[in-house]
Design a protein around this ligand. Structure first.
Ligand SMILES: [Zn+2]
Length: 462
């Protein structure tokens, strides 16, 4: 067989296996696994390194309008930074504007991505308005390869927040279409009351963003979403679960056999509430929703990951510059755009804290960052594993490279990283997307626009 490229001398790690093998690539697919695969025009040296399936980030916000501004990374810079961080597929949230059809929303996101992406991509749809025929469109959207939807239970006073009746109506249609429903679970009514009180009392610093969104508002909304999904008999995934109290609700539901899934994000595993207290408005860099939790919360999330009550880790990359964007909230935390930049640092941070920190096995790490996301979001087995016939989305990962994270090192188009000065062990050396090297020697070499839109199957099995 004619091979185009061989990844040579590495240790292949999948969700289940660890073994020494060379990986032969032909036509963008994995074509052979073994030794002595012959010669090719291109050899990628993986000696002393792991060869991982490319990570799948199912939670990104690229060029997203929010609070009167746009996220700083678009599909060009965001997917380039993803490639540099060992990610080979992103699934971005396409947000319906009120009055817009779901297909018009998807067209808008197609335009944002067209000609720009360095790696493969897909979208989910966020529903905000059922006044036209959005409910009827759901099944056709699923037929077009978009098998997941989301609603917000927070952000009162904006079109994002949905009532229980809307959630329930959407869940039934999503269930009928065989798709997966996702939810941002925080009780927006309670947050609204607390924010008004804090603002009236003149408590305006970034830390109060966290104090007005306590763990209980996440736990309440999580429990309510699970109850609604149980009545609607709809598979559910809690995005960016942050609090142990919410995890407990997911655990109880899963113990009862309900199809409830959950995601967490690298910042909830590695950064804490105290960061928001940094002086001179620096705390604003850490404003995201749900907020960073206290230090004693984190071990519970690692336990949730180990027992796979949390099934996947995604970045929730939602980058806003500190200057001019986060600064919109200088006078009040209520006006700080919510979001943390983390697409490029996700894999090193989770590997370092998880695997090097003795909290996850290597196989668990691959399942949580790639295989489970592929299965939950209808990308498996083309993505999420290394097997003959799967896409040659591969990361040659150096488990021993020590890096101190700085803004200058990264490719994200944002003026800071929340991980400035953070030490990690383990860093991507080479990223390969469908058989093409897109990142090596610290440089992004993949051409913007080479990434393909991936149609996803409606599936919810892990
Ligand atoms: Zn998000």
């Amino acid at each position: 067989m004619e091979l185009d490229l061989i990844v040579k001398g590495g240790t292949v790690v999948t969700g289940n296996d660890i073994y020494r093998a060379d990986v032969g690539v032909a036509g963008g697919k994995v074509a052979a696994l073994g030794v002595d695969l012959g010669t090719t025009p291109r050899i990628v040296n993986a000696l002393g390194k792991y060869v991982l399936p490319g990570a799948i980030d199912v939670h990104t916000h690229l060029e997203m309008p929010f609070m009167g501004t746009y996220t700083a990374d678009d599909f060009r810079t965001g997917t380039a930074a993803a490639a540099a961080g060992g990610i080979t597929t992103v699934v971005d949230w396409a947000i319906q504007e009120p009055g817009e059809s779901l297909f018009a929303t998807l067209e808008k996101w197609d335009k944002k991505a067209a000609g720009k992406t360095v790696i493969d991509y897909s979208f989910h749809v966020v529903l905000t308005d059922l006044s036209r025929n959005a409910l009827d469109e759901i099944k056709d959207v699923v037929r077009n390869g978009i098998g997941s939807f989301k609603c917000f239970m927070a952000y009162k006073g904006t079109p994002l927040m949905q009532t229980d009746s809307n959630l329930f109506r959407i869940m039934r249609r999503v269930r009928d279409a065989g798709a997966l429903f996702c939810v941002h679970a925080e009780n927006g009514d309670i947050i609204d009351v607390l924010v008004r009180e804090y603002v009236a009392q003149g408590r305006l610093a970034p830390i109060y963003h966290a104090d007005t969104r306590p763990p209980e508002v996440e736990a309440e909304a999580t429990a309510r979403a699970i109850a609604l999904a149980e009545i609607a008999r709809c598979p559910l995934l809690m995005v960016h679960l942050s609090a142990k109290e919410a995890l407990q609700k997911v655990r109880e539901a899963r113990d009862r056999g309900l199809p409830i899934h959950a995601e967490t994000c690298p910042h909830y595993l590695s950064l804490h509430y105290e960061e928001l207290e940094r002086p001179d408005f620096e705390g604003a860099k850490f404003v995201c929703s749900p907020p960073l939790r206290r230090r004693d919360n984190t071990p519970h999330l690692w336990s949730g990951l180990r027992e796979e009550n949390l099934q996947e880790i995604s970045s929730d990359h939602c980058a806003f510059n500190w200057k001019l964007q986060k600064e919109l909230g200088r006078d009040s935390f209520a006006n700080i755009p919510n979001g943390i930049a983390g697409i490029e640092t996700m894999i090193p941070v989770v590997f370092s804290e998880g695997v090097r920190g003795g909290r996850l096995t290597l196989n668990q790490f691959v399942r949580l960052t790639s295989t489970n996301s592929a299965r939950l979001f209808g990308l498996y087995p083309e993505k999420g594993t290394i097997a003959v016939g799967s896409d040659a989305d591969l990361v040659v990962f150096d488990p021993d490279r020590k890096v101190t994270v700085t803004r200058e090192l990264l490719h994200q188009n944002v003026d800071h990283t929340p991980y400035e000065g953070f030490s990690v062990t383990g860093w991507p050396a080479v990223t390969i997307s469908r058989g093409e090297v897109v990142f090596e020697n610290g440089q992004i070499v993949g051409r913007p626009g080479r990434g393909r839109f991936v149609k996803r199957r409606a599936t919810t099995s892990v």
